[in-house]
Design a protein around this ligand. Structure first.
Ligand code: NAP
Ligand code: 12T
Length: 339
């Protein structure tokens, strides 16, 4: 019989953790035992897995005895403190936070793009930021055929990227405003999110960018293995529940042939071309929500630069941007006999 694994989910009660448990079940990952972990606030709750109610226990240093795979999604500080305990207990950590992504010792992996770096892991593997994850799929499709000189990104990121309380804030504030009631002070955001846009995700840095924007700059180059690619980004929170969208301009090393670019992107695994403007076919967060691929549409030649093209990339941030990619990393570890 093929091997089965004890899988811990740290942050099992969060929007990403719940999605992880759903994806493990849906993809028939060989789970021998599921260990849902969260804060003391959630200890005693149950999560459903394969028709059973599984008890959530409090995350502790000694939670990882006998665990083969630990999926972390409870924030960078929790990963910083507890991932080393999981590794010491013999688990392979797949970390969904920003804590270890730029650590030279830690592979940062989108399996369709760079599964080959997994073999260098020393116990921790990082899952990229949601906005980076969906971006690097069409970029790698192009990079397999041409040099990429520069990428300019504007994001339209949903509230689920900031967790369950952020989604609640959008729901509650929108409902209040529609009922003519004051929405109350923003809690999870710096400004009112309902019927608004906020050009501020994660914290500001000294260079004027936000940390979310710099994650896209640095993680994209690390995953694509090419530090010569110049990347700049503006990250914006929008009043959408699930699904991140990105307007992306890509400059390559030769004049663009749009038919060729479309063919490269259409043929790439994990990407679905959704590009027929004459019939109003292009992805939206609603159409991408609940689905696995990164959807790409609006591919067109940049009228201001003959070596550049524009595209619109949309994915479910909780799936390819987080839970799905983490489980695909686990599947790749199994396929490469690294676990
Ligand atoms: P969420 O819905 O707010 O859930 C947070 C989870 O972390 C809950 O299960 C929570 O447990 C748990 N947690 C919080 N403090 C804890 C503690 N002291 N000890 C143990 N567990 C604790 O947030 P989310 O959207 O699922 O995101 C969780 C983390 O995943 C984020 O902070 C981020 O680092 C990462 N993330 C990454 C991406 C990506 O781009 N790949 C996308 C989204 C999120 P309780 O319910 O008990 O509080
Ligand atoms: N602050 O894992 O707020 O780097 O949307 C992902 C999403 C951090 C991360 C967000 C964030 C991460 C958000």
């Amino acid at each position: 019989m093929s091997k089965e694994y004890v899988v811990a989910v740290v942050g099992a009660t969060g929007v990403v953790g719940r999605e992880m448990i759903g994806v493990l079940e849906e993809r028939l990952f060989p789970v021998k035992q599921l260990l849902p972990l969260a804060s003391e606030r959630s200890a005693g709750l149950r999560v459903e897995f394969r028709g059973h109610q599984v008890l959530v226990t409090e995350l502790k240093e000694n939670s990882f005895k006998g665990v083969d795979i630990a999926l972390f999604s409870a924030g960078a500080d929790i990963s910083k403190t507890f991932a080393p305990h999981a590794v010491r207990a013999g688990a392979v950590v797949i970390d969904n936070t920003s804590q270890f992504r730029m650590d030279a010792e830690v592979p940062l992996v989108i399996p369709e793009v760079n599964a080959h770096v997994l073999k260098k892991h020393k116990g921790i593997i990082a899952n990229p930021n949601c906005s980076t994850a969906q971006l690097v799929l069409p970029l790698k499709a192009v990079l397999d055929h041409a040099r990429i000189k520069r990428v300019v990104i504007s994001t339209y990121q949903s509230t689920s990227g900031a967790g369950k309380e952020a989604m609640d804030e959008l729901r509650n504030h929108a409902a209040a405003l529609l009922n003519g009631v004051p929405a109350g002070r923003p809690q999870k955001f710096t400004k009112e999110i309902a019927f608004n846009l906020i050009p501020h995700i994660d914290v500001f840095q000294d260079n004027g960018y936000t940390k979310e924007e710099m994650k896209m700059v640095n993680e994209t180059r690390k995953i694509l293995g090419d530090d010569s690619i110049r990347v700049t980004a503006t990250a914006v929170r929008v009043p959408v529940f699930i699904g991140h969208s990105e307007a992306v301009n890509v400059e390559i090393d030769r004049p663009v042939d749009i038919a060729e670019i479309k063919a490269w992107i259409a043929a790439f695994p994990g990407v679905e071309l959704m590009d027929d403007p004459m019939h109003n076919v292009y992805p939206t967060p609603q159409s991408a929500s609940g689905k696995d691929p990164a959807f790409v549409g609006r591919i067109r030649k940049d009228v201001s630069c003959e070596r550049a093209f524009d595209m619109w990339v949309v994915a479910d941030n909780l799936r390819k941007g987080a839970a799905l990619n983490s489980i695909q990393i686990a599947e790749a570890l199994v396929a490469q006999k690294l676990i």
